[in-house]
Design a protein around this ligand. Structure first.
Ligand code: ATP
Ligand code: MG
Length: 397
């Protein structure tokens, strides 16, 4: 029987997942409030309605057997109310945890997953008071709704505490759920994707090394430059998290690797300590590298889980290093919003794949697409990211 799959969210993640589902013969319906979402003009079955539109959601759910989500900031109580007996993969309880940074960190505490010391605060006065007792420096984040570093501030002294308080309550709200986290002096950021099927069988993807610029993912390198015992610890943590939350689908764990001598609370492996940063129960930007670098992509893995087809172990398809570079709107703005100089691709045979999401407008920091390159060594792969982007964004004329 043909699987009927519903995807909440019609951005690039939903689009790439839909493409994987089509390969398996599934019927796919997408739901996104944005009439200009990437999926809207590319797929036949897209519902354009608000996340709180119960009637539209109910019609959407009636058309599908299994539901997944590429977007986390939905109101779970509204979804649960109208979803009836629809199966969610991952289940809605996973979403409830991962859409709230405090719930996520509390789960880490309960499950013995290593994490930075944290504290909750919810009013301007409480932020000041808890912040002083917590000790500088720290990061304060809104517990809900943030992404790409939005809704967070670094606090290093009284002056930055005042600035952070003003920023986080700029809309005049009296209360807002906040989390204060100890600043982890990481030497490397990593992510690890676990794919887990309905029978509880799990596959772990190779570990990615991630580099951010201005809080936005800039590139992802695989394999990550980590000693094997650290990589093993990361895989263990990611698996414990996926099993602990009973994830059926994908769970991406973002982690920090820091010097053990300079930190407390991490899982120590020799000179290193590993910390969970956050979880995403869905395909992840860093995982785009798997479209080219591994025998099974994150999207194909999730599609198989949604269609009750078996997983295989994702392995690197080649020696050397693969890198995924994001293409942000800034590149287009550098060219006065003109098309990128794609003739440059001819001079970059190391770039194996380019994916453009078809967003209607380039904005600074907006993810417009990505590419994957392969090179003999990690440093060459990383150099290729800057070189390709520089050529793509050559000034017009
Ligand atoms: N406790 C911390 N210590 C050190 N750096 C941190 C900490 N928390 C966050 N960061 C830095 O800020 C980045 C963004 O933080 P986080 O992943 O929590 O937010 P986000 O907005 O959900 O980002 P994204 O959606 O891109 O994953 C991290 O990747 C890391 O570079
Ligand atoms: Mg993050």
């Amino acid at each position: 029987m043909t699987a009927r799959v519903g995807i909440l969210g019609g951005g690039q993640l939903g689009m790439m997942l839909a493409a994987s589902l089509f390969k398996l013969g599934a019927d796919v319906s997408l739901y996104d409030p944005d009439p200009r979402s990437p999926a809207r003009h590319r797929f036949a079955s897209v519902t354009t309605a608000a996340w709180t539109d119960r009637a539209a959601l109910a019609r959407f759910f009636a058309e599908v057997d299994v539901v997944t989500y590429e977007f986390e900031n939905v109101d779970v109580s509204v979804i649960a109310e109208v979803a009836g007996h629809r199966v969610f993969r991952p289940g809605l309880s996973v979403l409830t945890t991962t859409q709230d940074r405090l719930a996520e960190k509390r789960l880490c505490r309960e499950r013995g997953l290593p994490h930075a010391r944290f504290e909750a605060a919810s009013s301007p006065d409480e932020l000041r008071e808890v912040g002083r007792a917590f000790g500088f420096p720290f990061i304060v984040k809104t517990a809900r709704g943030g992404y790409d570093g939005k809704g967070q501030a670094r606090v290093v002294d009284e002056a930055s505490l005042e600035r952070a308080t003003a920023e986080l309550f700029a809309d005049g709200a009296a209360r807002r759920s906040l989390i204060l986290e100890e600043l982890v002096p990481f030497s490397l950021e990593a992510s690890c994707i676990v794919a887990r099927d309905a029978a509880g069988r799990a596959e772990v993807f190779p570990i990615f090394e991630n580099h951010h610029e201005h809080h936005v993912l800039d590139w992802t390198l695989v394999p990550a430059r980590l000693p094997e015992p650290v990589a093993e610890t990361i895989r263990e943590i990611a698996l414990e998290a996926a099993r602990g939350m009973d994830v059926v689908g994908l769970l991406t764990t973002e982690l920090f690797v820091a010097p053990s001598a300079a930190t407390t609370g991490g899982r120590v492996v020799g000179e290193h300590a590993v910390f969970v940063n956050e979880f995403a129960p869905r395909p992840h930007n860093s995982g785009h590298v798997t479209r080219t670098a591994t025998t099974l992509s994150q999207f194909d893995a999730l599609a198989r889980i949604l269609c009750d087809l078996p997983l295989t172990t994702p392995r690197l398809v080649n020696d050397g290093a693969f890198v995924m570079g994001n293409l942000l709107g800034d590149l287009w703005l550098d060219r006065g919003a003109a098309r990128l100089a794609f003739d440059a691709w001819a001079r970059h045979p190391e770039v194996l794949d380019v994916m453009l999401y078809g967003k209607h407008e380039a904005r600074a920091g907006r993810k417009m697409g990505h590419f994957v390159a392969h090179a003999a060594s990690p440093s060459r792969a990383i150099d290729a990211v800057a070189a390709f982007r520089r050529d793509l964004s050559r000034p017009v004329g």
